[in-house]
Design a protein around this ligand. Structure first.
Ligand code: ZN
Length: 269
């Protein structure tokens, strides 16, 4: 139901909004009658939903990729008060929306039937079949075939992908690091291969280098950029101008471009 404009915002009042209630488990449906909601169109941030709930004690603003912008308010708080609150948080919401957009632009990883994850020197392909358990076959041309039963846990498939990445990274990353270290005269202590979601690589004060096994899932040139980044840290421990000049030189003047490209990938699968 669309209500005429109030100020610069079009307002659509929804009582007992079905899409909102679908988020509740069926056995909690009795809470329906303590909730009312109001959908608002804002010229800057687009549509958002204000939801009154008897259980809420404070106003709570959230930006979610599927549910959109939502503000939960206690029942006694007026909708107009919530609108003022949203107005005071426009900059925060804009930033949250931008972050979300960037996340959505990232390269997606599929591990379902027919999906393929490109890796340096090959690919991992996923097949579904009449098997009792997950089977992994290393085929020609660097191809890894993951066959899984019809009823499988995605966690198990993910575990197999991690195992494959551990194997292929062991035979690639140490050699690649050594190649660049020799070429440019860097001396590191030890290399550790890590499966983590917080960084692509790091360099310790003891000159140990950590590289993420998920580097195998990104283009080789971008992986080289990460390796060079960590090697340059052996000489410059910070991210100062000298560090960037040296790294940019070793990347053939493409440091910024490669850094931007790296942001499209996520070490988490
Ligand atoms: Zn760094």
């Amino acid at each position: 139901m669309v209500i005429p404009k109030i100020g610069s915002a079009k307002i659509d009042i929804i009582f007992d909004c079905a899409s909102y209630f679908s988020n509740f488990a069926p056995n909690k449906m009795f809470t329906l009658f303590s909730i009312s909601a109001k959908r608002i169109y804002h010229p800057v941030i687009g549509e958002y939903l204000i939801v009154k709930n008897r259980k809420s004690k404070t106003m709570r603003l959230s930006v979610h990729s599927k549910r959109g912008i939502r503000i939960g308010i206690p029942y006694h708080v007026q909708f107009t008060e919530a609108e003022k609150f949203v107005e005071s948080k426009i900059d925060w919401i804009k930033k949250a929306l931008e972050k979300q957009k960037k996340r959505e632009e990232k390269v997606k990883i599929g591990m379902g039937y027919g999906d393929e994850i490109k890796i340096i020197g090959g690919a991992i392909q996923f097949w579904e079949g009449n098997f009792n358990k997950i089977e992994v076959i290393c085929a020609e041309g660097g191809k890894w075939l993951v066959y899984y039963p019809l009823h499988h846990k995605s966690e198990e498939v993910r575990g197999e992908v991690i195992r494959i990445l551990q194997k292929v990274s062991k035979s690639y990353l140490p050699a690649r690091l050594e190649y660049f270290a020799q070429m440019y005269g860097f001396k590191y202590n030890k290399l550790f291969l890590k499966n983590n979601i917080s960084n692509w690589g790091s360099c310790s004060v003891k000159s140990n280098i950590n590289l993420n096994i998920h580097l195998m899932r990104i283009p080789q040139e971008v992986c080289d950029y990460v390796i060079l980044h960590e090697l340059v840290h052996l000489k410059y421990r910070n991210h100062g101008a000298e560090f960037h000049n040296a790294l940019n030189y070793l990347c053939g003047g493409k440091e910024k471009e490669l850094k931007k490209e790296l942001l499209r990938y996520n070490p988490e699968i």
